[in-house]
Write a protein that binds this ligand. Structure first.
Ligand SMILES: NC(=O)c1ccc[n+]([C@@H]2O[C@H](COP(=O)([O-])OP(=O)(O)OC[C@H]3O[C@@H](n4cnc5c(N)ncnc54)[C@H](O)[C@@H]3O)[C@@H](O)[C@H]2O)c1
Length: 265
């Protein structure tokens, strides 16, 4: 057992695919009831159907603060309480779009979803968690939020922003017995990475004809000290531990589930 979540209820954003789906499955495997939410309602429903135990599917665009509050209220009225929030929904910015005509929109969209979306969901759950003097909040950031490597523009800045926001929130909410932590995944094969591999293929003629998963693996294998990519389940296992009572004295931390990528020069 990673950390028993029996009797706990969880809301996962962006859970209609990839890492969010992996987190929803792992929380449910530890017996949590999971609200699978996503901007894409059909994907949220598909994942909720796959997740064992008590689930609900809800359409939630995290850029809409009022919608986040409505979803939280509906979970509380259905299940009586909300114990866990996982802020997973996120988008990548076009890697080299740090200059150019569409730069402004790229920054706006990336910050609206990755940063303000996280804040909206935290704002929606905090009063309820404070009243109960209990709660666990996890935000999915990225190694990109730490590293100063080749341009990842708005994306890296957005992940650094949620890291700093989460640390401040951990200090603010500690007196209310609410734990706030961050998980930084390394390289996980998802739609997000598929889009990145397609973009690399478009800009590099030598990659023409290669399969996108191979492009992803070739990009990361040499820079991951443990020599293998991570999986959505790896991130889900860490989320299950951090949201369990086994981690009740862990707060304000950023845990890298990245095969050691953060160690590279
Ligand atoms: N895949 C990786 O290698 C990797 C590495 C580090 C961090 N991350 C982070 O992990 C998180 C999940 O990414 P993923 O790789 O699973 O990507 P993904 O594209 O497979 O999943 C992202 C999900 O978020 C949803 N989403 C997008 N905009 C939304 C919005 N406005 N409101 C609610 N949901 C929305 C999408 O519909 C999708 O289901 C993101 O925050 C991403 O930045 C991913």
């Amino acid at each position: 057992m990673l950390g028993d979540l029996t009797g706990k209820t969880a809301l996962v954003t962006g859970a209609g695919s990839g890492i969010g789906r992996g987190i929803a499955l792992m929380l449910a495997a530890q017996n949590a009831s999971v609200a699978v939410t996503d901007v894409d309602e059909a994907r949220a429903s598909e994942v909720a159907d796959e997740v064992p135990g008590t689930t609900m599917a809800r359409q939630l665009d995290v850029t809409d603060a009022a919608a986040a509050q409505r979803v939280v209220d509906s979970i509380v009225s259905t299940w009586g309480a909300l114990d866990i929030l996982v802020n997973n929904a996120g988008v990548g910015s076009a890697a080299n779009r740090t200059v150019g005509a569409d730069r402004e929109e790229d920054w706006d969209v990336t910050f609206a979803i990755n940063v303000k979306g996280t804040v909206h969901c935290c704002d929606a759950v905090i009063p309820h968690m404070r009243e109960r003097r209990s709660g666990k909040i996890i935000t999915i950031a990225s190694m990109a939020g730490h590293a100063g490597r080749r341009s990842t523009g708005a994306y890296a800045a957005s992940k650094a922003a949620v890291l700093r926001y989460s640390k401040g929130l951990a200090a603010t909410l500690a007196p209310d017995n609410i734990n706030v932590n961050v998980i930084c995944p390394g390289a996980v094969w998802t739609r997000f990475q598929e889009a990145g591999a397609l973009a690399r293929q478009k800009s590099d003629p030598s990659l023409a004809g290669q399969n996108t998963e191979q492009i992803f693996e070739a990009q990361y294998q040499s820079v991951i000290p443990l020599g293998r990519p991570q999986t959505p389940e790896d991130i889900g296992k860490m989320a299950a531990f951090l949201t369990s009572e086994d981690a009740c004295n862990v707060t304000g931390q950023c845990i890298h589930v990245d095969g050691g990528v953060i160690l590279r020069d």
